[in-house]
Structure formats: C-alpha cells, structure tokens
Ligand binder design. Structure first.
Ligand SMILES: Nc1ncnc2c1ncn2[C@@H]1O[C@H](COP(=O)(O)OP(=O)(O)OP(=O)(O)O)[C@@H](O)[C@H]1O
Ligand SMILES: Nc1nc2c(ncn2[C@@H]2O[C@H](COP(=O)(O)O)[C@@H](O)[C@H]2O)c(=O)[nH]1
Length: 435
C-alpha cells in the first residue's frame, strides 16, 4: 500500500490537516508514479526556510529524506554545487521551532541518490544507489555514544557518518596499566608471534620521540595545536593528558588495522580505556599489574628512558592507575606481569578464549562489488528490506535483500561492522516480515 509505505519511509502521518504538528512534502514511492500530497506544516505554519516540499523517495532524482525522531526531524538532502554534489543535513527542532545545521563528522557517502529510514533512536540507515553493494550501506549516527560525546565537546549539534561494513571483525583489545609494567613488551611479543593476526593502533602523542622510536610506527609524533585541532574535528576515538603530554587514538589508527582484517591492539592509559568503554567500539579491556610497586619502579628506572623528574611523575600516576584498575565495569581481565613468559602465556590464553567472532561470517551476498541500485522498501524490528530498482517486486523476488540489524556491532566511529545481508528467496517471506 503506497500510503503505508510512504508513511513508514518518512515516519510521517499522511493527510494531516494544516495546523497539526506534521512535516510535509511530496512523496513518490519506488516504481510508482503516484504523487502523495504531503505538505509540511509546523505549529500551524509551514516550516520556514528549509521547507521539505519536494521529497521524491526512491526515484533517480531523490534529493531529500525527512526522518522524524522524537522532537527532531532530520532532513538529509543532496546539494549539487558546481560539478560536485554533497550531502546537506538540517535538523528541525519542533520544540524551539528552529532549523539547526549540525556539524557533520566522518567521511560522507558518495552522495548519489539515496533512500533512508530510522533504525533506532541512535542511527538512520541510508542506502546509496548506483554504487557497489559494499559501498551502499551507510549510517547517519544521530545519538550514538560517540555523537553524544562530540556534542558535549563542541557544545553544539553533531551528527556523524558511519559506513556499513560487511562481516564481523574480532573485538579490539585495549591494554592498560601503569608506565613500566610491561605493556609494550607484551604487545611486541604478540605482534612478533602473530604478525598477520594482530595489528597495533599507532597513537598520536605530543611527547618527544625516544631513541629508536620511529614516527608512524611507535607513535605519530605530533604538535600540540595540530593534535588539538584534529581532536576538535572529531578525528579521535579517545585522548588524554598523560604524564604531562597529550596522547590519543585516532579513529583511523583503529580502522586501518581492522580494514586489514587484523585484530587491533590499543596500548592506552586508564583514562583512555574509560573513554573507549564509553564509545561505540566494542573491545576487550585488560589491565596489567606489576607484582609490586618496588618492582615497577625498578623496571621504569632500568628502562632508562625518563629523567628522574619524569620517573617520579609516572610513579605518582601509577598509584592512581592501580587504584582505578578495580573500577566496576571498566576492565574485563587483570593480568599480573611477574614472570614475563608466564604473563605472556596468560595473555594468549585470554585472547583465544574470546575467539567467538569469526572474520566475515554471515554475508550471503556473492558479489558485493557489482554496481547495485537498491532502495529501502520497509523494515521490521530486526531487518530492513531493500528492493532492486531494476526489478519488479512481485515477479523478481531475488531482487529483494534483507539487511540484518541484529548483527550490527560498534566499530570505531566511522564504520558500522557486522553487516549481514542476504537475498530473500520468496516474496512471501518478505511480506510476512513486513506484516
Ligand atoms: N615481566 C618482566 N620482568 C622484568 N622486566 C620486565 C618485565 N616486563 C617488562 N619488563 C621490562 O620493563 C621495562 C618496561 O617495560 P615496557 O616498556 O614494556 O613498559 P610499558 O608498560 O609499555 O611502559 P609505558 O607505559 O611507559 O610505555 C622494559 O625495560 C622491559 O624490558
Ligand atoms: N589515553 C591514551 N594513552 C596512551 C596512548 N598511547 C599511549 N598511551 C599511554 O601513555 C602512557 C605513556 O606512554 P609512553 O610511551 O610515553 O611511555 C602509557 O600508559 C600508555 O599506555 C593513547 O593513544 N591514548
């Protein structure tokens, strides 16, 4: 039913009289020439300035989608500007009756034509047409933990693009512990033994390189102002002031490892671990303890990389970090690094125990690289159905795809991993799902 489908696309109440709190537009349903009279009214008046009056959903000239989420309406539009086209996003706040132009974080979709649907209070699914299926699934994060965090930092409205990635990656491993406990030593052993399985998240830091440290390998050594600017532009998953310097994990540092099909290892302090815990990145958190405070001091001195003043600072901070290792819900595992070999064996055991996520399972689409032209047809609680624009719905059941929403896992901001897509064998299955 065209009206039903248009309503579920837009989240709008159709046929509402002027004066009601409804948004308005004109909707053309996929494969149909019907135009539905939807005129957007707001508090008795037409919405000002950015009026949504030409929504042509699912057709080639798709320009705008309006998605209602509580008191806000997100308008996702495509703007053609000289030779370049890009996404424009505006938010209508019903309470204040104002249009807000949010800061948009993350790499944006290719901005061809698209369809969109709200999948939960945190994310809008956007399906791009005329690109490969691998590149067609995007999420506009509107209220994920990452967006909430960025909103707080910027003090203004923020949304963030996140690309859907087929298949499930293994959870990254966050390793924390006081300076000198042996985190780097344990990670180096792991990377040496399993070079194709694990990849190191190369952090940024404002501290000076030590002898033998290589820029881009051990750290990205950065100037403070550039790093602060990149942080304010949302490029970092987490950052913290540690022992008098700024350290941070860029989103790219984690995603480049995961994109290589490797399990990402992060060596970060306790503040950083807390931030990652609060982010959308699902990870395993390990705290490494020294056998005693005296032994920690001995190792730090024996390493010979810090001045006496820096050693004292690191030891003071170590006490605070050790206190926080028991914070409820922060660390999943504690490892005591007394005998190095024994600790390393325990680390390996612990990591293989969590081997429940196999790489790239659950994707049933054979050719994700072929150019696809799908638009969103409908949604159930756990799946979104996509219809090929080149097929006729009733006859060509193979042209229907289901995106499994239950399988999504948080990647670092910028990617949503765990996408499973399968073709619908029978139109009946699909219709059953919709009903
Ligand atoms: N189990 C161990 N027994 C004795 N020495 C160790 C052990 N583990 C690591 N070390 C030594 O302790 C020193 C500190 O180790 P490492 O640099 O790996 O610590 P870290 O936790 O990574 O420190 P930071 O947080 O400052 O980077 C190194 O000289 C290392 O060789
Ligand atoms: N929050 C973050 N902490 C980090 C990051 N990279 C490293 N660290 C931590 O800093 C201290 C000191 O490291 P050092 O190399 O100067 O000895 C140590 O505890 C690391 O775990 C980061 O990106 N974010």
């Amino acid at each position: 039913d065209i009206r039903y489908r248009a309503r579920s696309f837009l989240g709008l109440q159709l046929g509402a009289a002027p004066g009601s709190r409804d948004l308005v537009g004109e909707a053309r349903t996929p494969g149909s020439s019907h135009l539905l009279p939807i005129t957007a009214y707001f508090m008795g008046e037409e919405a000002p300035e950015f009026r949504v009056d030409r929504i042509t959903l699912g057709s080639k000239d798709c320009q705008e989608n309006a998605i209602v989420v509580g008191d806000k309406t997100y308008v996702i539009g495509r703007t053609d500007d000289d030779s370049k086209s890009s996404f424009g996003i505006k938010i209508l706040d019903k309470l204040t009756q104002t249009w807000i132009v949010p800061t948009v974080l993350g790499a944006q979709p290719p901005s061809k034509s698209h369809s969109a649907i709200l999948i939960n209070e945190e994310k809008i699914l956007v399906v791009e047409k005329g690109v490969s299926l691998n590149d067609s699934i995007w999420f506009l994060e509107i209220d994920t933990p990452f967006v909430k965090q960025q909103r707080k930092i910027k003090g203004s409205e923020v949304v963030s693009w996140s690309k859907g990635v087929l298949g499930v990656a293994q959870k990254p491993v966050v390793i924390s512990g006081p300076s000198g406990v042996g985190k780097g030593t344990l990670i180096a052993k792991l990377m040496k033994e399993y070079p194709s399985k694990f990849g190191f998240s190369v952090s940024h830091t404002t501290r000076s390189p030590r002898v033998k440290e290589i820029d881009g390998v051990h750290y990205h050594f950065a100037g403070r102002s550039k790093m602060e600017q990149d942080i304010s532009e949302g490029e970092f998953l987490e950052f913290a002031h540690v022992h008098g310097n700024l350290y941070g994990t860029s989103i790219e540092a984690v995603e480049s490892v995961t994109d290589e099909g490797k399990r990402c290892i992060l060596d970060i302090d306790v503040q950083g671990a807390r931030s990652v815990r609060a982010s959308s990145l699902e990870a395993i958190f390990i705290f490494v303890c020294p056998p005693s405070f005296e032994e920690l001091e001995k190792r730090l001195r024996a390493r010979g990389t810090e001045t006496e003043e820096q050693i004292q600072k690191r030891l003071r901070n170590a006490r605070a970090e050790l206190d926080q290792s028991n914070s409820p819900g922060l660390f999943d595992h504690l490892l005591v690094n007394d005998n190095l070999e024994a600790c390393y064996e325990n680390l390996k055991k612990l990591l293989s125990l969590d081997d429940d996520h196999k790489d790239s399972d659950g994707c049933f689409i054979e050719d994700g690289k072929a150019t696809a032209c799908y638009s969103i047809m409908s949604k159930t609680e756990s799946e979104v159905f996509l219809q090929s624009e080149t097929g006729e719905v009733v006859k060509a059941a193979a042209n229907l795809l289901a995106v499994d929403l239950s399988s999504l896992t948080g990647g670092a901001p910028g990617r949503t991993r765990g996408l499973k897509i399968h073709s619908i064998n029978s139109i009946d299955n699909c219709l059953k799902g919709i009903r």
